[in-house]
Design a protein around this ligand. Structure first.
Ligand SMILES: C[S@@+](CC[C@H](N)C(=O)[O-])C[C@H]1O[C@@H](n2cnc3c(N)ncnc32)[C@H](O)[C@@H]1O
Length: 229
């Protein structure tokens, strides 16, 4: 029963309905994308984009002049995302089927430039509920995505942990939901943001009884990078 969801293949068309989006997980993406301070015209990489549930929120922030690059290794999840893009009539979304841990940075850079006319990679990277599913390859996937982000660009991770405080009573349910989706509830991938963002730029929101953590920050600016090299 859980296999289609762990592989995000045949179950893809049921994902939006059965993933607990409405009652639980939407709150995390709203918090994370809100904190990212995306600007009109920004190009945003959505790592492990799945069916594109982030797209309406990102699109609302970056507008017509912005661009979304969705990367996912599941053709079935991307097919649902593509359907969403087609229904909404969004011209400014590029979908790439790839294992994020093997993402070809040069190829993505070229595709972004071809689609937007802008060299220099992307203005931000966002990953929601995906790095915990990537498990051992999450670090490599994140590093490749961050390589695509321009200096001072936005970083955002939204992911899961066991509920906290009085909500700990719901831990078995949260663990079941994560197991169902193949996620490691102990992964805490928002630590990548704290590690890679400029000191002082990191902000966090914790929602749904502590089950969801959103962390955002900004890469060091161009001056900081020059000094480091
Ligand atoms: C729980 S879903 C989250 C989807 C979406 N980010 C969201 O917020 O609804 C996890 C997604 O990560 C994708 N995924 C898992 N491992 C991956 C990898 N190594 N490279 C790219 N995508 C991956 C899955 O195919 C799936 O679409």
């Amino acid at each position: 029963m859980t296999r289609p969801f762990r592989r995000y293949s045949a179950g893809a068309r049921w994902y939006d309905l059965l993933s607990g989006e409405r009652w639980v997980y939407r709150a995390g993406r709203v918090a994370g994308i809100g904190l990212m301070d995306l600007r009109p015209g920004d190009i945003v990489l959505d790592l492990g984009c799945g069916t594109g549930l982030n797209f309406p929120l990102v699109r609302a922030a970056v507008g017509e002049a912005g661009h979304i690059v969705g990367v996912d290794r599941s053709a079935d999840m991307l097919a649902v995302a593509q359907g969403r893009v087609r229904r909404e009539g969004w011209p400014n979304v590029t979908l790439i089927e790839a294992d994020a841990a093997e993402l070809d940075i040069v190829d993505v850079r070229e595709r972004v430039e071809a689609a937007t006319g802008r060299p220099g990679g992307v203005d931000g990277v966002l990953s929601t509920y995906a790095l915990s599913v990537m498990r051992g390859s999450a670090g490599e996937a994140w590093a490749r995505a961050v390589d695509l982000v321009r200096p001072d660009g936005a970083l955002g991770v939204v992911d899961m942990q066991p509920p906290t405080g009085r909500w700990r009573i719901l831990s078995p349910l949260a663990r079941l939901a994560c197991a169902f989706g193949g996620a490691d509830i102990q992964a805490r991938p928002w630590r990548f943001v704290a590690r890679d963002a400029a000191p002082g730029s990191v902000r966090e929101a914790v929602v749904r009884g502590g089950h969801i953590v959103a962390a955002v920050g900004r890469l060091p600016g161009p001056d900081a990078l020059t000094v480091r090299s």
